[in-house]
Design a protein around this ligand. Structure first.
Ligand SMILES: *Cc1c(COP(=O)(O)O)cnc(C)c1O
Length: 380
């Protein structure tokens, strides 16, 4: 990404990413989940925040186990961090075995077929290493061994005897809602499967378990097992669907005013005239649009800030621009180049989620690469 930034002028929109806050959020989650080990989900470019900058900060904060979605993400992360454990959640695609081994990546085996393929590969390499995780599906119905596959594995443990099973995992569907009955149901089922699987194996090759994402950590100790896998909370997203966000905000996106104009009552603003001025209004055009991740769902809904002044987004979001109503803002704060908070700062991710209908996950992973990114290093 670095090379893309070199020619970005200093006067445009700017995204600030507080790496020190990511480290603090990690420490908070680690403390909540102790004595379990705290890993980190860094898929999708560390949820849009930039894996090249974020992963070393997490490693320095003590994180030794990382989760990515794809093998390409795993290869990218391996080039950033040489010595950490990297699990690839999407699993083992046929023919990718060599790449996993070459880059010291661990596949999360999602079916008996993948287990058999990895076992065959491990035997052919003639080494007991070839570490991998096994994923039991406990209700997500997305990835992982089905219940009947899990039972078949427990009945034939030799299938996984030619390689190191370093982790057994499952994933919660509804951890962001502590009142959901799914949580306890999945926790019990995973606990049983983990226990049965371990009982089927020799004592010396017992496998640690992992169930909790960010929200799962907050559900309590019985959800932690041996390793937790927070993602969104590290980057400042609220792990809970409702209630105050216990995490500290990491990102702040500021746009710049490109131009000001006054419109008369009855004038419309933007494509398709979805906003009509009810009276004479002052309108500022900003240098961020949907191509920067500020999607059309903010049209006539978003709320921005100039200093302490709340300013509504008016009209439809364009590709490269959007408009706000600055009628009530003192002129001294306006002018070409004046900066406007769009995300983060006074516009919490929770608030932006409410106005746009997008989740914090979406808002983060949509963060653009066209504006300047400013990484604030942790305090030494
Ligand atoms: C993305 C992901 C996580 C992290 O989830 P968050 O809700 O972002 O904390 C953990 N486990 C799996 C399997 C995932 O796909």
């Amino acid at each position: 990404m670095g090379s893309r930034l070199q020619h970005t002028p200093a006067s445009g929109a700017e995204l600030t990413i507080e790496l020190g806050v990511i480290a603090r959020n990690y420490q908070f989650l680690r403390q909540k989940s102790g004595p379990a080990t705290c890993g980190a989900a860094v898929k999708a470019d560390a949820y849009g925040t930039g894996i090249a900058q974020v992963a070393p900060v997490l490693a320095k904060a003590g994180c030794e186990v990382f989760f990515v979605a794809t093998i390409n993400e795993g290869i990218e992360l391996r080039q950033i961090l040489g010595n950490v454990t990297i699990y690839v959640l999407n699993g083992l695609m046929p023919g990718s075995e060599e790449s996993f081994a070459d880059f010291n990546l661990r596949p999360v085996l999602n079916s008996l077929e993948q287990i058999d393929a990895w076992a065959f590969f491990a035997r052919s390499r003639n080494t007991q290493a070839s570490p991998a995780a096994i994923h039991f599906d406990t209700g997500m119905n997305r990835l992982g061994l089905s219940l009947s596959e899990a039972r078949a594995l427990v009945a034939t443990p030799d299938r996984a005897a030619s390689f190191d099973v370093t982790l057994a995992m499952s994933h919660l569907t509804s951890a962001d809602d502590a009142t959901s009955a799914m949580n306890a149901q999945q926790q019990k089922l995973f606990g049983r499967l983990l226990n049965d699987f371990n009982q089927s194996r020799p004592e010396r090759s017992r496998v640690p378990g992992s169930l909790a994402n960010s929200a799962g950590i907050l559900l309590g100790a019985e959800y932690h097992f041996h390793l937790v896998r927070p993602g969104v909370a590290l980057y400042g997203g609220n792990p809970l669907a409702s209630g105050d966000n216990p995490m500290k905000p990491v990102i702040r996106l500021k746009a710049r005013i490109l131009q000001l104009r006054d419109v008369e009552a009855g004038d419309s603003v933007g494509y398709s005239g979805t906003y009509t001025a009810p009276s004479r209004r002052r309108v500022a055009t900003l240098d961020v649009g949907y191509a920067d991740g500020y999607l059309r769902s903010f049209s006539n809904q978003g709320q921005a800030y100039i200093d302490d002044w709340a300013v509504p987004v008016i009209g439809r979001i364009s590709m490269d621009m959007l408009a706000i109503d600055v009628t009530d803002v003192p002129s001294a704060l306006l002018g070409a180049g004046a900066s406007v908070d769009l995300l983060g700062g006074p516009v919490t991710l929770d608030a932006a989620s409410r106005t746009s209908g997008l989740s914090a996950y979406e808002l983060l992973t949509l963060l653009g690469h066209r504006y300047k990114r400013h990484y604030v290093a942790p305090e030494p």
